[in-house]
Structure formats: C-alpha cells, structure tokens
Design a protein around this ligand. Structure first.
Ligand code: AMP
Length: 283
C-alpha cells in the first residue's frame, strides 16, 4: 500500500516537513489546487513527478478569489477522498492550510496584477479573481519554495497571469502549463462539473465542440470575428448564457484580428443554469 502523504495545516508544520527534502537536495514540485480532485489535477501530479523528486499538493479553497455572490460556500470539499487519491498518486506532502494560517488576523497585503490579468476576459466577469489568485499563489510559492509549479491550461488566463507574476517578482520557480484533460465527449474536467444536472451535462460539451470547430475555421483563414459571432450564437442556442468567446494572442491575451498576428488562443466562458464553465484551445 502506498504511504499516506504528510498533511500540514500550519506554516511551521509545513516548513518542518519540507526541511528534510531540502537537506537531501531534492527538487520540489508544487501543484496548487482547491481540492475536489479529478483526473485533471492528478495529471498535474503526474507531470510534477517527472520534474522533481518531491511533490507537494496544496488544497485550499481561497476565499479572496471569490466575490460575495460566488460559490465559495458551496464549492465542493472532499478532503478525505482527495488525500486517498493523492496517496495513490505518491504525493509526498499535502499543504492544506486553515484559513487562519493563510490569512491571519490583520492580514493586509494584496497583489494587483496587470497585463494579462486585465485582458477583459475572466477579469471582466470576476474582478476579484486575479488579485486573489496571485496573492494566494505568491504566498504558496514563498511557503513551499518549489523549484517548479504546475498549472492547468484549462485556466489559461490564470496560467498566463501566474507565469508573468513569477517573472515580474523574480520568484525562483519555473511555472509549467499542462494541457487540459477532457472527458470522452470533450468536456474539460472541472470540479464545478459536479454542479451540472443530467440534462446540463449532456449540453456542456457544446463549449469544447464550438472551440474546436472555430479553431479549424480560423486556421483555414475564415474571418475571425464572423467565426466567433457564429460560435457565440451556437453556444447561446444550446441554452448557455455566454460571457465571452474571444480570440486572443496566446501570450499577451491582447485582442487579435488576424492569423498572422498569431499564435491565437480561443477562450470561452458561459453559464449553464447556475454553473459557470470556462474552456480554451490553441488555433
Ligand atoms: P482548481 O482546483 O480548479 O483551482 O485547479 C487546480 C489546478 O488544476 C489549476 O492549475 C487548474 O488549471 C488545473 N486543472 C483544473 N482542471 C483541469 C483539467 N481539466 N485539465 C488540466 N488541469 C486542470
């Protein structure tokens, strides 16, 4: 039977657990998560094992990246089964801070990312989000001091923002993006898929299907705005409320009008009933 990972809930416990890894000269990989783990997260863990001798997974549902009307309270929390999955995945350490360990009384500092964090995508609909994400990720980086940190391309804007933050703040960590893991029907795995009713679940792959078809058409040279307009209509027709379907420069996330200004990333966010889903694909 695989050995259960060490579980640390306070910064001193975390530091104590990391010390022997460091002393041995082992490289450390960090996979930040909010728990409710699925095969997407476990793929990040697998990639982490390829890049470091020790793998740390953080589980923290970060209150500062949720707006008051969002799903912080109802976000799925499945700690025991998460630890079981991480045991099987041979993770060395689970960093699961309490809210008080992460944000002690009097906490008063927040990172304000710009650039890709102000691209007019997720930030337009979740203005709290990237400030909360960069604040907690910078704390995770200084707490764990990983050599490498793995993030999913599923949250593409987040991956760009975190990569930029590490560079701008000279954080000595290599940020690695891992391709999105999908269900057989194309739906990107997400902890929030658990919110979908059965009929919603059958409609949900529309997002991935439209992204894929749009990417093919744009690559063939069809006018980008026309393809996107038709894509938005198809997603709305399926019953979603579309937040955005956009073509952006894959690195800067700036608007892009033509293939030759490329590499292009298509990004979508839409609500199906109460569930907000996001996805993206390269052209
Ligand atoms: P979350 O727990 O949703 O905050 O996600 C934690 C990490 O897992 C983030 O870096 C996500 O981008 C990544 N992730 C979530 N879903 C997927 C997926 N379907 N494929 C690959 N990575 C994912």
């Amino acid at each position: 039977m695989a050995k259960r990972p060490i579980i640390a809930r306070s910064v001193p416990t975390l530091r104590k657990a990391l010390a022997p890894f460091r002393k041995k000269g082992d490289r450390i990989a960090l996979v930040p998560t909010m728990g409710a783990l699925h095969q997407g997260h476990l793929t990040l863990v697998k990639e982490a094992h390829k890049r470091a001798e020790r793998v740390v997974v953080s589980i923290f549902v970060n209150p500062t990246q949720f707006a008051p009307h969002e799903d912080f309270g109802s976000y799925p929390r499945t700690f025991d089964s998460d630890v079981k999955a991480l045991t099987e995945a041979k993770v060395d350490l689970v960093w699961a801070p309490t809210a008080a360990a992460m944000y002690p009384e009097g906490f008063a500092t927040r990172i304000a990312p710009e650039g890709a964090a102000l691209a007019g995508l997720e930030d337009k609909f979740r203005p709290h989000f990237f400030g909360g994400v960069t604040t907690v990720v910078s704390k995770l980086f200084t707490q764990v001091m990983p050599d490498v940190a793995l993030f999913g391309q599923k949250d593409y804007q987040q991956l760009r923002v975190v990569t930029q933050m590490a560079k701008d703040l000279d954080l000595p960590v290599k940020v690695v993006g891992v391709p999105t893991v999908r269900e057989k029907d194309g739906l990107a795995l997400s902890s929030r898929n658990a919110y979908l009713s059965l009929p919603e679940r059958t409609l949900a792959p529309t997002l991935a299907r439209v992204l894929k078809a749009s990417a093919v058409r744009i690559k063939k040279g069809e006018p980008i705005e026309m393809v996107l307009e038709e894509g938005r209509a198809e997603i709305a027709q399926a019953g979603f409320a579309v937040d955005y379907l956009e073509a952006r420069h894959a690195v800067s996330l700036a608007p892009i009008a033509s293939l030759k200004d490329g590499p292009i990333r298509l990004l979508v966010a839409a609500k199906l009933g109460k569930t907000r889903l996001i996805d993206n694909i390269g052209v």
